[in-house]
Design a protein around this ligand. Structure first.
Ligand code: NAG
Ligand code: NAG
Ligand code: NAG
Length: 266
């Protein structure tokens, strides 16, 4: 089966399962999400009212920012918490929303690193939007194992380091943005199809589609320089040795018999 077929079968299974063991997990997921967020405007506090005896199917689907697969089933399709003034580090517990395919935390005040095991937490995400926050540190290399990603928006954070070259494996990406970060180094080939504005505002990024070429690799130049130095030293030593040998042992130096008389005459 191709990946697409696998995804389709997986979605069909999800859609048709009448025995859903996941809904209690999804409630747990939103509970721990709420606990891990700092919510100064109290928006989630007022909208996310968990019912003690979890009998009402689909009640979490009415929570602000929560979208379910079916309105009468506690199974989270996506979590969209843009523009809510939320704070804290990357939220914990979301991996228990095992059917979630979209996560949007855009335009809040989240900070700290993007977890390096994000791919393990959300292997089936098709859309991830962490834009306009203060996430810092590197773009995790393993984000490239989230192979269903169509949309990845990391713009306007404080991410640093290089864009992992492994991005060349994310063939489904149709929307990508890392503008306004602190990234540096070359842009991976697969990402060069996106517009320059997707990469703008990162002083150190170079290569297509941006206009500034990447500097040639420094290490190779250093090595070349060293080779040149060694070979010129080798030539100098060779010259001295050759001179000494020719001077003291001319019979080793010149093999031609016809030259012998001249040599002995010297
Ligand atoms: C995420 O949410 C913001 C605002 O809430 C919205 O503008 C943006 O389009 C959303 N991102 C995606 C990928 O849907
Ligand atoms: C997921 O749910 C299980 C069962 O409720 C719980 O034990 C576990 O701690 C949860 N995981 C996270 C990361 O919250
Ligand atoms: C990243 O992926 C590799 C290969 O699958 C794995 O060995 C490694 O543990 C992953 N790292 C993290 C932080 O998840």
């Amino acid at each position: 089966m191709t990946d697409d077929e696998k995804l389709l079968v997986w979605l069909l299974l999800l859609g048709s399962s009448s025995l859903c063991f996941c809904s209690e997990l999804d409630v747990q997921c939103l509970k721990s999400l709420q606990r891990s967020l700092v919510d100064p405007n109290g928006i989630l506090a007022s909208s996310w009212n968990f019912i003690a005896n979890n009998v009402t199917p689909g009640y979490i689907c009415k929570f602000t920012g929560v979208e379910c697969w079916h309105p009468d089933e506690n199974r989270v399709l996506s979590v969209r918490l843009g523009h809510l003034g939320l704070q804290g580090t990357f939220p914990q517990g979301l991996q228990n929303c095992t059917s979630m395919i979209g996560l949007n935390l855009s335009s809040n005040r989240f900070s700290g690193p993007i977890p390096s095991d994000i791919w393990r937490q959300f292997p089936y995400l098709t859309s991830l939007d962490l834009s306009y926050n203060s996430f810092s540190g590197p773009i995790p290399v393993n984000i490239t194992q989230m192979t269903y990603l169509n949309t990845l928006n990391l713009e306007h954070n404080q991410l640093s380091g290089e864009i992992p070259s492994e991005f060349n494996g994310l063939f489904r990406l149709t929307s990508f943005n890392v503008a306004g970060n602190l990234l540096s180094g070359p842009i991976p080939i697969l990402l060069q199809k996106f517009t320059p504005s997707s990469f703008a505002g990162n002083e150190g990024l170079c290569g297509a589609p941006l206009l500034n070429n990447c500097p040639r690799k420094r290490r190779r130049r250093l090595r070349l320089h060293r080779i040149n130095k060694e070979s010129s030293m080798g030539a100098a030593v060779g010259f001295v040795v050759g001179f000494v040998v020719a001077f003291y042992f001319p019979q080793w130096f010149i093999f031609s018999r016809r030259l012998h008389p001249y040599i002995f005459r010297i």
